[in-house]
Structure formats: C-alpha cells, structure tokens
Design a protein around this ligand. Structure first.
Ligand code: WQD
Length: 341
C-alpha cells in the first residue's frame, strides 16, 4: 500500500522523481499524454531502477479518462502533479492554451483525489510565483507579486485553487516552489529532452556547445548585478526529485501544519548567467560561442531561495554543486548525440 501516481512522469523532473520514489521503496505509475515529453525516457528509468513503469497515455483535461486511471488503481495513496505546460515564452504567445491545459488538468486530478480518497497531494509549483522580488533570498512568506507571464499565473492560480479547495479533512497537500532545475541523473540514463529550440539557459548552453545551435545569446548584461547578467538559483534535478519523496513522507506521517504547506526548493546560492557559462566551460573544458544581446521580456533581475524551511521540516539537503550540475548536463547532451536525438 504505497502506490504513488506521478502525472507528467515522462517529463524532466517527473522521470527523475520516479527514480527517487522507486529507490525509496514506493510503487509508482505515471499519467503522461506525451504532448511535451518522450515516453522513451521511461526506458532510462527502468535501466536505473530495474522497474518497468506503467504509463497511462491520458489527457488529464479529460475528467472521464483521468477518473478511469484512478478507478483502475484504487490503491493510490498519493499524487505528485507535474503535468503542465511550462514554456514562459509560449505562454505569452498563447495564454488561453496555458490556462486551459494547466488549470483544467489540475482541477480534474484534485476532483479524482477527492472522489477516490487519495489524501496526499504534492504540487509542482515554481519560484516564478514570486514575480520580481524586492529582496533576496526569498522565503515562503515573501510577498507574491504579479506574475511575469501566463505560465507564472497558472502556477499562482494553481496554488490558490489547492489552498481554497483542499479540505484538510480529506486531502493534505504540499506546494513545492522549484527555482531553476538543471542537470541530469548521475547515471546519464535520463535527463532533459527539450522540444524545439530550448528556452532555458542550460539546454541552450549544452546545445550550443555540441553544435546543435550555432551560437547562444546572453539576454542582457546591463542589469544591476555582479556582472550585469541575471541571477538565478540553479538546483540539480535529482535534488529536486528527492524533495518530492521527502514531501510524501512528511504528508504520510501527518507532519504538515496546514492543508497546503509551501516549500522553496533552491540551493540558496545565486549565480549570474555569465558565471554559469564560465562554470560550464571550466568543468567541461569546452569554449562556448555566445554573444550579449538585448534583455528578454519577462526576465526578473535576480531571484534565489532561502531554503531553511525545506531543510528543517522536510530534512532536505541539496547535494549537487554548480560544477556537477554543468558536468551532468553536458554528459547528457553527449549521450543524446550518441543516440542521435
Ligand atoms: C535563466 C536566465 C535568462 C536562455 C524559467 C521559468 C521557471 C522554471 C525555469 C519551470 C535568465 C538567461 C536563458 C538563453 C539567456 N521553469 N538566458 N540565454 O526564466 O529563470 O525560469 O525556467 O519550472 O518557472 O520561469 O529560466 O533558464 O529561461 O533563464 O541568457 O538562451 O538565463 O535571461 O536570466 P527562468 P531560464
């Protein structure tokens, strides 16, 4: 009786979380319609864990199809909800696509949790809910400012929907606010498979370094920071994954203070874009072809986490440093080339 449903299990953070859950004794199933993910990633999960993963190729925007999965798996004790569109730029171009997909899917999963008495719910949120913070490091009590994109609004709305609807007599939830997930599992059997031209910094770095992209742009070096480029809190995806296992134990052991406890998942260290590039070049002995270009609309100047609450309450301690994030990211890009992906 320890089956966990992971929505978006074929995704970047979802697949790494499947590995961590299995290695910590949980039984897992996935729901993923592969609209933004590659089902082959589950072969990598199987190679690492020795477990074959059952993925239901179901659109969570269909309540009936979602309910059927819960019906077939009436021994689910918890849900980790990753499935959502997450490209900031795309959300600006097509906001209704993001509100329709990200909100409807969340509502359907919550309704099924209530219907089938699944009492533990972990939500994939993001530091993007803070908008452009007035000060850093941000704590979970830092004022929530207007989001910088429709994607960010879907995360803010998602958190509010959960806080307002999760009845603590039935369901208890945890909201995990990721900072910037990067890197790949140390086995290099799973990692991020961006679809199309990568929007995020680290895949842009690795694809430029391997020659998939001719040159990358640094979006602005005239910000009020150490070297003029934006500051972010980069966190290894395997550290993020392990936090989900700890969050489930926290809920199962009924340690939660409220029906929707919030935790920042970052290292607490802020690095500039240029510092990340320098670290990548140094650890991988690769020269990167980049140029400084105009600022990107929607970028915040800088954000990094105060992660004390997750450390104290969840017993979470991120273990990967920036160099390991850059080396695993690069080794994964090399593996993708080997597989001709
Ligand atoms: C980081 C920095 C860019 C690409 C977003 C989401 C967040 C989370 C992570 C889901 C910025 C700069 C980037 C490039 C660059 N997603 N950059 N050249 O925007 O901080 O966060 O992704 O959970 O919710 O908002 O991440 O990697 O896109 O950008 O200079 O080619 O790298 O300007 O300063 P971001 P990012």
């Amino acid at each position: 009786m320890n089956k966990i449903l992971v929505t978006g299990g074929c995704g970047y953070i979802g697949s790494h979380t499947l590995v961590d859950l299995i290695q910590n004794g949980f039984d897992v199933i996935s729901i993923d319609n592969n609209s933004r993910s590659n089902p082959y990633i589950l072969l990598g999960v199987e190679k690492i864990t020795g477990k074959k993963i059952k993925n239901y190729n179901v659109d969570l925007c269909s309540f009936d199809d979602t309910q059927a999965v819960f019906q077939e798996n009436n021994d689910i004790i918890g849900v980790i909800h990753f499935a959502a569109y997450k490209a900031v730029g795309e959300s600006v171009e097509n906001p209704l696509l993001y509100f329709e997909n990200n909100i409807n899917s969340l509502i359907n999963v919550l309704k099924c949790c209530e219907l089938f008495n699944v009492v533990n719910f972990v939500f994939s949120s993001s530091c993007t809910v803070y908008g452009n913070p007035d000060e850093c490091p941000v704590t979970e009590n830092t004022k929530i400012k207007p989001a910088e994109s429709p994607y960010g609004y879907t995360k803010q709305m998602g958190e509010e929907i959960i806080k307002q609807t999760v009845n603590s007599n039935k369901i208890n939830s945890i909201l995990l606010r990721y900072f910037n997930p990067v890197g790949a599992h140390p086995s290099i059997e799973i990692g991020e498979i961006p679809i199309g031209k990568p929007a995020n910094l680290v895949p842009a770095i690795t694809q430029t370094a391997i020659g998939k992209l001719p040159q990358m742009q640094v979006f602005g070096n005239d910000y009020p920071t150490r070297d003029g480029s934006c500051v972010r809190d980069y966190i290894h995806v395997s550290d993020i994954a392990h936090a989900h296992t700890l969050a489930l134990h926290y809920l199962i052991d009924k340690k939660n203070i409220s029906n929707a406890d919030v935790f920042n998942l970052g290292t607490g260290n802020g690095y500039t874009v240029l510092e990340v590039i320098a670290a990548f070049e140094k650890i991988n002995q690769v020269a990167l072809n980049y140029k400084i270009s105009a600022r990107r609309i929607g970028d915040v100047v800088g954000i990094y986490a105060n992660n004390e609450k997750a450390k104290n309450a969840l017993g979470w301690n991120p273990i990967f440093n920036l160099e390991e994030m850059m080396s695993t990211a690069w080794n994964w890009e090399l593996k993708l080339k080997e597989w001709a992906i």
